[in-house]
Write a protein that binds this ligand. Structure first.
Ligand code: BG6
Length: 514
């Protein structure tokens, strides 16, 4: 196991007050507060850091702290230490307010002035919109009207926007325009929590810090790339959001394209917010949008029927989930074949798939290399057709790590080959599993580093790629839903997408339990 001292200690973030809109919501309790707790544990929060929760639910700072006493224990489990929480707790405050009323923002402004004066901290404010998306524009506008978006000498104001950034290209353009009327682009931090995942950030490190990798990272050596985001969960209690959204809007323009862009982008000339995001923007623009007739063959959709978990627990169909219409045509699975018009990726297909209620929870990028010439083996027991290609597997979650499949001689007097996997696992090597990603993103935002956040142009490029699919799919509602069993690996059409190209999805069944 490597010594964790290897990791350089980062400095605490600059002082600030983090205002959480939607303070009583799911995101705040599940992700934001646990992430803040871990930042505090690792000494990454400033001593002059405070949190102001804002929500419409009645309450005051003390009742909010009491509510958090419970949720923190629930969501931190064994990591919870009351000693540490007692240190953070007094810095948590609450303001009851309606996000649609100007008056609430006047009170917010007064409360912030009061908090900063009492604690004698600089008026640096991080506004985090952990609310349903219909409030994003409203909150941004009201913050600006209350004078809270204006940055003055020695103080910053930043706005964190969660997904979804619109429902299609048009609404994303409108949202970006509204945000830009209130805040400068440089003040806006759009979160895609996939970019905060350690393993996703490592893709660039792995590609660009190893001299053996980058020379083969192109169409001369790579046959194709598969990106899989498989989830075992169903729609849970989110039908209200998921029914009009579906797997395509929920996962494609953000998480899957984020993964694709870090795999495919050109090296930036510096590890700098604009340089890295410029390269990501270029690669998104180079992805060829599907023509309507291509949507019919290269974009596969699915919806889960009743099924069972791999250990036999029954699972209900999507249409039987609470809040879902009995004849719903919402897709819970998508597979796509995309091409990138660039020198590096000419002729290399990228296959993307994501689905709910799959047989395993499993996010990985498999880079399959071309076959070796292998003519030496053509007359031996080892025939070319039997020699599997090398595959590099970037395991995003769970079992975070990297695997390389290569062929090796089986100990035997006759020549025989077997594919083996060389494995690097974060947990084995560093003795800890990577975090959820929110820690890094919140810390980076406090430090003013936008590298891992989406810019307006990359949001719009993402929707431009998804738009032709949305158009065809809404014009031609699916007649074959549901078309895969819950607890399986998705619809047969997705297998056919690969088989038609003489390829197949990597089998995920061998995944070790998390
Ligand atoms: C969210 C989607 O953005 O990402 C969810 O809205 C999905 O539907 C989730 O379940 C997946 O995130 P993770 O980190 O669990 O892979």
């Amino acid at each position: 196991m490597a010594d964790m001292e290897l990791a350089q200690k980062a400095d605490p973030a600059p002082p600030c007050t983090m205002v959480i809109f939607g303070a009583r919501g799911d995101l705040a309790k599940r992700k934001l507060f646990p992430a803040l707790y871990y930042l505090a544990r690792d000494g990454l929060l400033n001593e002059q850091f405070s949190i102001l929760g804002v929500d419409h639910i009645e309450g005051n700072s003390e009742s909010y702290r009491e509510y958090l006493d419970e949720t923190m224990q629930d969501f931190l489990g064994a990591d919870f230490s009351s000693k540490l929480w007692d240190e953070l707790r007094p810095n948590v405050h609450y303001l009851q307010g309606d996000f649609l009323q100007d008056q609430a923002f006047t009170r917010l402004s007064e409360k912030l002035a009061d908090l900063t004066a009492t604690a004698q901290t600089p008026a640096n404010y991080l506004f985090y919109m952990a609310t349903p998306p219909r409030f994003f524009g409203e909150i941004a506008t009201r913050l600006q009207q209350a004078g809270l978006a204006r940055e003055e000498e020695g103080q910053w104001r930043r706005l964190v926007v969660e997904k979804p950034f619109g429902q299609d290209l048009q609404s994303a353009l409108v949202l970006n325009k509204t945000l830009h009327q209130a805040f400068q682009e440089s003040q806006i931090y759009r979160i895609d929590h996939y970019l905060g995942k350690e393993t996703v950030q490592n893709i660039l490190m792995y590609r660009l810090a190893n001299s053996t990798v980058e020379p083969i990272w192109n169409h001369r050596y790579i046959d194709h790339v598969q990106i899989t985001v498989a989830e075992t969960v169903g729609v849970e209690n989110r039908a209200g959001y998921y029914e009009p959204s579906g797997a395509l809007r929920d996962m494609l323009p953000n998480h899957l394209l984020a993964l694709m862009s870090v795999v495919a982008m050109e090296p930036a000339n510096a590890l700098d917010g604009e340089a890295v995001r410029d390269e990501q923007a270029k690669i998104l623009k180079a992805i060829r949008p599907l023509e309507p007739e291509e949507v019919l063959t290269q974009a596969i959709r699915g919806q889960y029927a009743a099924g069972a978990t791999p250990d036999g627990q029954p699972l209900r169909a999507y249409r039987d989930e609470p809040g879902v219409a009995p004849d719903s045509t919402t897709e819970t699975y998508v597979a796509l074949k995309l091409a990138i018009d660039s020198w590096r990726w000419a002729g290399v297909p990228f296959y993307l798939r994501t689905g709910k209620r799959m047989a395993g929870r499993y996010t990985e990028i498999a880079v399959q290399f071309k076959h070796a010439p292998n003519m030496m083996f053509k007359d031996s027991l080892v025939k070319r057709a039997n020699i599997p290609p090398n595959v590099l597997i970037l395991r995003i979650q769970p079992n975070e790590g990297i695997g390389m499949c290569f062929n090796t001689k089986v100990p035997s007097p006759v020549p025989q080959l077997s594919q083996v996997e060389m494995d690097f696992s974060y947990a084995d090597y560093f003795g800890q599993a990577p975090t959820t990603g929110y820690e890094t993103l919140i810390y980076d935002c406090m430090c003013g580093d936008p590298t891992l956040f989406k810019r307006a142009d990359t949001i719009e490029s993402g929707w431009s790629l998804v738009e032709p699919i949305i158009d065809v799919w809404s014009a031609l509602p699916p007649r074959h839903f549901p078309n895969y069993a819950a607890g399986s690996w998705g619809p047969e059409e997705a297998d056919a997408l690969m088989h038609n190209d003489g390829r197949s999805w990597r089998k995920c069944d061998h995944v070790k339990p998390a």
